[in-house]
Design a protein around this ligand. Sequence first.
Ligand code: CTP
Length: 408
Amino acid sequence: MSMDLKGKKIVLGLTGGVACYKAAELCRALVKHGASVQVVMSEAATHFIGTVTMQALSGQPVFTDQWDPRMSNNMAHIDLTRHADAILVAPCSADFMRKLAHGACDDLLSTLCVARPRRVPLLAAPAMNVEMWENPATQRNVAQLLEDGICLFGPAAGSQACGETGLGRMLEADELVEELVASFQHKVLAGRRVLITAGPTFEPIDPVRGITNLSSGKMGYAVARAAREAGAEVTLVTGPTALPTPHGVRRIDVLTAQQMHDAVMAGVEGQHVFIGVAAVADWRVANASGQKIKKQEDGAAPQLEFVQNADILASVAATTSLSGWPYCVGFAAESENLVEFGAAKREKKGIPLLVGNIGPQTFGQDENTIILFDETGHTLLERADKLTLARQLVSEIAKRLERRSLLT
Ligand code: CTP
């Protein structure tokens, strides 16, 4: 479990809705990620979940009443946010959105939101019935909240507790944690579109067998998450992995190198950055069988023939020469002589930035060490977990994009 929220002080506001049951899990997840959580509940929320549960999970007394005498100055609406890093209202009901949109101050949570210092971001996870969400009055409030700089997480679409289906479900606890963590990251890729490949490819031998490699996809998925956290619109073209899609990332699943090539080339137009993290198979089986290959009586092994796959990174880099976009970043998985091979590979691929790593030390691991190669030489990024490295890489890419736009 990452400690991405270590030292962060979060005010977790609960308002009335069935999704309060998810707030318990959210509270626990925030604490596990290192946050200190102060729970404040509206009166309606207490009909859905008890204060005892939230106090036990947060480890701190829960506040519900604006006249609560426990604060020595009796000003809970001021004191609870003065050291906060963010206020997250989850679930945020349709009625509480109305209150926020109008600056209502008729209970502790609404008053506390209006009285928060300007530096404290207000984040809300709407949760309501689909008709309530789509109602024009709610949508007017949504527009007002966004205009006021209040950040909305979700809602998601799906089946609802009321039996209806549609937009209005609160995001799941782990998605909200991802959103909250992202809200603390610098938006260095805001307005940028980023296309990323990740994972291994799988090259069939017959309908039940194939050739693949040891890539787990962890680095590529971490890069996708980091780019999205930095404000980019991210598309992830991925070979087979067992990983969940980073929240807010558009994912396209493929199997073979050829499918990955086709998906990338179909989506490359309009992209600002292309990052090829995938461990693409260099060859596919030319004589793959349509039926399962049977063992021979005489023990003879099947004779496989190979043909080279298209180089996806090179194909994208070739489109760059026409428009100047996308900015291309490659990965090199070597087994030796990384400094020498990495620099040579960057030149050969004709790309501005290449990330080198030692294949056997990264495949399937949670941590990695990488070297960045560009036209000025190489820089080592010390061993760290892949998300930390991915965030450093994203910030290095953003710096280079910035420099490029200053030059053009
Ligand atoms: N790559 C690609 N398409 C391929 C092969 C590789 O897009 N058919 C990309 C990878 O995603 C990575 C970079 O090229 O960003 C380098 O991959 P790597 O396997 O290290 O290099 P190769 O070009 O395959 O060279 P070699 O295997 O000979 O070292």
